[in-house]
Design a protein around this ligand. Structure first.
Ligand code: HEM
Length: 526
């Protein structure tokens, strides 16, 4: 944002317009501005005079740059306040790009169900295209045959119920390793987000290619956090497409560098896998026992002749999505859940009492316990209500002009579905700003996105493809951290639940907490 403000103030700074060339400059600029303003009014008139419904209402903005200089860093609260003024569907322009914000379940339904085919493309940014090999992955791709094929492989093969069962031991070992690591530094400060990020990275690498190492996990963590930082830059090329080829802020260049680093890593892993596959087939052994090695399975797809074949780029794009879409989101959600539970003594007590009852104090948490932890499940659901980590979902873009509500939505604009504001709307939630897991103790709620009052994983054909794994990992990590340890803030630290907007909705201050031993049997931690 500061870059935008700087850019706008540049050229209007010091007042020395007594010089004749400066006077001429001011005259030329004034005439240009007048021409642009009149063009703008003309285009507004033509929008409403061709018989089509008007564009949604929205704030006045400046010619050329639109609303860019008025954006605040906490976009989710600003946009929710704007919805109070302009209504449940409103527009604003950033540069030449029109953005439409939708903030009621009824209107969201029109997008994700009634007209879901039209809204099934993602809005693509320069950074997104750079990281995803030009939109060839799942998350950032348009609705193409490639997207359908990759999504099907992820949902029905890699993350199918059967295969999640087959990889249970990986999750168990990685979560246990984290508990053991925390135990080894008990009494010192721990960055909750960091340990969860590493645990999730290790689980995902093991699910995909069977093994992991601290070095590999650390490399992926580093690249992933660089990628998040680049995504969070305001890139002018996204709002002025004519600037795209100049890459003025080096966003595309920096993102491609990160992609190349991941690409190199994936290439090494794929080469190793190809070699060991070759050895295994030479030894005439079973190639993939129990579907525990999905990279091997993906490489098998490479040579299929029945239309399911995958190119090397498609395989790498899929690996990239698995590593990036699952880590940041899971780590952020566990951090919010821990912070909310530690902030509320009664919630902490109820969560730990349930753990004692279901798991027992002479036992560690197992995946078989998770379905019985009803209160913990409600606590995670409440966390995702108050802090949905992707507050506008991943933006979509209509493939043709259409009508939502009573307004025209032009082809190619950016659509924000404001799940953050729906989750806090008093019309749908009693006392919405109170953290109250009890509201999720009925069976009414799930993550399917069918009820559009609550959809932290999105809804419809572009909803999260990783829900079954996400749900397991959120429950398993949280249950293990809260059953194995008691947690407190460092001395002098206050509880803080302030948000900061970015590619995910993060805590403004990382949660740093100190664990103490909770289970008397030390052997359980080893
Ligand atoms: C707490 C954990 C997670 C949360 C809150 C979350 C949330 C989301 C959200 C909100 C979207 C966009 C949905 C939309 O636009 O309608 C999404 C998309 C996606 N997520 Fe997740 N996610 C999580 C974990 C995971 C995991 C573990 C994976 C896989 C390993 C994953 C894979 C994906 C993919 C591939 C997409 C893109 C789907 C598409 O465009 O077709 N997510 N996620």
């Amino acid at each position: 944002m500061t870059q935008v403000t700087k850019l706008v103030s540049w050229g209007w700074g010091e007042n020395n317009n007594h010089h004749p060339t400066n006077k001429l400059l001011v005259l030329v600029v004034t005439i240009l501005v007048l021409i642009l303003v009149s063009l703008w009014f003309k285009s507004r008139r033509s929008n409403t005079s061709n018989g089509a419904p008007p564009l949604p209402p929205g704030p006045r903005s400046l010619p050329i740059i639109g609303y860019l200089p008025f954006l605040s860093s906490n976009l989710h609260t600003q946009i929710t306040t704007m919805a109070h003024t302009y209504g449940p569907i409103f527009k604003f322009k950033l540069g030449s790009k029109l953005h439409v914000v939708i903030s009621t379940p009824e209107l969201v339904k029109e997008v994700v169900r009634d007209q879901d085919e039209i809204f099934s493309d993602r809005d693509q940014t320069a950074a997104g295209l750079a990281i995803s090999y030009g939109g060839q992955d799942i998350v950032l791709s348009k609705n193409t045959p490639n997207w359908r094929k990759l999504r099907k492989i992820l949902v029905h093969e890699i993350l199918s119920n059967k295969n999640l069962k087959a990889t249970n031991s990986f999750r168990r070992e990685e979560v246990r390793k984290t508990v053991k690591n925390v135990f080894s530094i008990i009494g010192t400060t721990i960055d909750i987000r960091k340990i969860v990020f590493t645990t999730e990275t290790n689980v995902l690498t093991r699910i995909v290619w069977g093994n992991t190492s601290d070095k590999l996990g650390a490399e992926i963590d580093m690249v992933a956090s660089n990628i998040v930082k680049i995504f969070e830059k305001v890139n002018l090329s996204d709002f002025f497409p004519s600037l795209l080829r100049f890459d003025l802020q080096d966003v595309e260049r920096d993102m491609k560098m990160q992609r190349d680093m991941l690409d190199k890593l994936f290439t090494t892993i794929i080469e190793d896998e190809t070699e060991s596959n070759f050895k295994r087939s030479q030894d005439d052994q079973v190639r993939h026992e129990g579907n525990e090695n999905f990279l091997g399975m993906l490489l098998d797809h490479k040579d299929e002749k029945d239309g399911t074949s995958l190119s090397m780029i498609q395989i790498k794009a899929l690996l990239l999505d698995i590593m990036l879409a699952g880590t940041e989101t899971t780590a952020t959600t566990v951090e919010w859940a821990m912070a909310s539970i530690m902030h509320d003594y009664i919630v902490m007590k109820k969560v730990q009492e349930e753990l004692v009852e279901v798991v027992g104090l002479n036992n560690m948490v197992e995946e078989s316990h998770l379905s019985k932890l009803i209160y913990l499940d409600a606590t995670i659901k409440e966390t995702l209500r108050m802090y949905p980590v992707v507050p506008f979902l991943m933006p979509r873009s209509p493939r043709k002009s259409c009508i939502i509500g009573r307004y025209t939505i032009p082809k190619g604009c950016t659509i924000f579905l404001n799940v953050w504001s729906i989750h806090r709307d008093p019309r749908y939630w009693d006392n919405p700003l109170k953290f109250d897991p009890d509201r999720f103790l009925t069976n009414k709620w799930d993550y399917s996105g069918k009820n559009l009052v609550y959809f932290p994983f999105g809804s419809g054909r572009r909803s999260c493809a990783g829900v079954p794994l996400a749900e397991k990992m959120l429950m398993f990590i949280l249950a293990s951290l809260l059953h194995s340890f008691d947690w407190r803030l460092p001395q002098g630290e206050e509880h803080d639940l302030t948000e900061t907007f970015g590619i995910t909705l993060k805590k403004r201050k990382p949660l740093i907490a100190i664990p103490s031993q909770r289970l008397s049997n030390v052997n359980l931690y080893m």
